[in-house]
Design a protein around this ligand. Structure first.
Ligand code: PAF
Length: 278
């Protein structure tokens, strides 16, 4: 596996590749969710590039940019094992040199995490757009856990005419159902135990959903479950909303595209999850 630290060196390496390139952008502190995307890319492309870059523009002022977890050595070992070909670890100054241009989206990002984290998706789209132009992949891979991010990136690729196939990889879960996330490492023992609440809620919603059901009816049931089961000392709701998985709109009735989107604070740590209802 080749490790490169500058755009210039990456471009040199990429110019030698004539076959298909799969790309997995990450912020590092890799877990098996990321590795499943690398494995998918390795299967579907001749070469796989992974980037590790903690992107400052997608963090709000009071968010965890400064203390975002890092373990580059372990990341590199995991990527080697997964047969990644190139890992790109750029410096912030190289990526955001005198940056005056940003990419943003109308609609799509004014709900769910977009509403709760203003400017977040502008930062994500800007970095993904830059990385796409640097790496010029044939296919790029994103995790289902960040489903809104996946939909927004697909829309950017369509509207800005990128010739890149955006693929999604399933949520990878811990033994008890908690969705894997780099942020799980912040949880203390008790918070970690309680964090399974998000998955339990998802399972409850799936069990109680049916085709043609009124969305409001199911949302009311979910709300009741939250009030009854939540441990208020440790967990607080940020949102629990049902939206359409294609356009993220609110629909009156539950269909095969309906998804439940969840964001909860467990202690001080904000965790998200989502899943299809039918
Ligand atoms: O999903 C992430 O880890 C990040 O949002 C991404 C896509 C790497 C952009 O910084």
């Amino acid at each position: 596996m080749i490790i490169v630290y500058s755009i210039e060196d990456l471009k040199k390496e990429l110019s030698l590749i004539k076959e298909s390139i799969g790309f997995v952008p990450t912020m590092g502190y890799l877990h098996n969710g990321h590795i499943s995307l690398i494995e998918k890319s390795v299967k579907e492309n001749k070469k796989t590039v992974c980037s590790i870059f903690v992107n400052p523009t997608q963090f709000g002022e009071n968010e965890d940019l400064e203390k975002y977890p890092k373990d580059i050595e372990n990341d590199i070992n995991m990527l080697k094992k997964a047969n990644c070909d190139i890992v790109f670890i750029p410096k912030t100054s190289d990526i955001y040199k005198e940056n005056k241009v940003f990419v943003d989206i109308l609609g799509f990002s004014d709900c769910l995490c977009g509403k709760k984290r203003p400017g977040h998706f502008k930062g994500v789209l800007t970095i993904v757009c830059k990385l796409f132009n640097i790496v010029r992949p044939d296919r790029a891979y994103f995790g289902e856990k960040d489903y809104q991010q996946y939909i927004i990136i697909k829309k950017m690729v369509k509207d800005l005419n990128f010739d890149i196939d955006i693929r999604i990889g399933d949520i990878i879960r811990e033994f008890d159902g908690l969705a894997m996330s780099s942020r799980n490492s912040y949880l203390n023992e008790e918070e970690r135990k309680k964090a399974v609440f998000l998955y339990d809620l998802l399972c409850y919603a799936k069990k109680n959903a049916y085709m043609g059901q009124k969305r409001i009816e199911l949302e009311n049931k979910i709300e009741k479950y939250i009030i009854e089961k939540i441990d208020c000392n440790i967990i607080t709701k940020d949102y629990a909303n049902i939206r359409d998985g294609i356009d993220l709109e609110l629909k009156e009735f539950i269909s095969e595209n309906s998804r439940l989107f969840l964001a909860f604070f467990v202690g001080k740590i904000r965790l998200i999850d989502n899943g299809r209802l039918l």
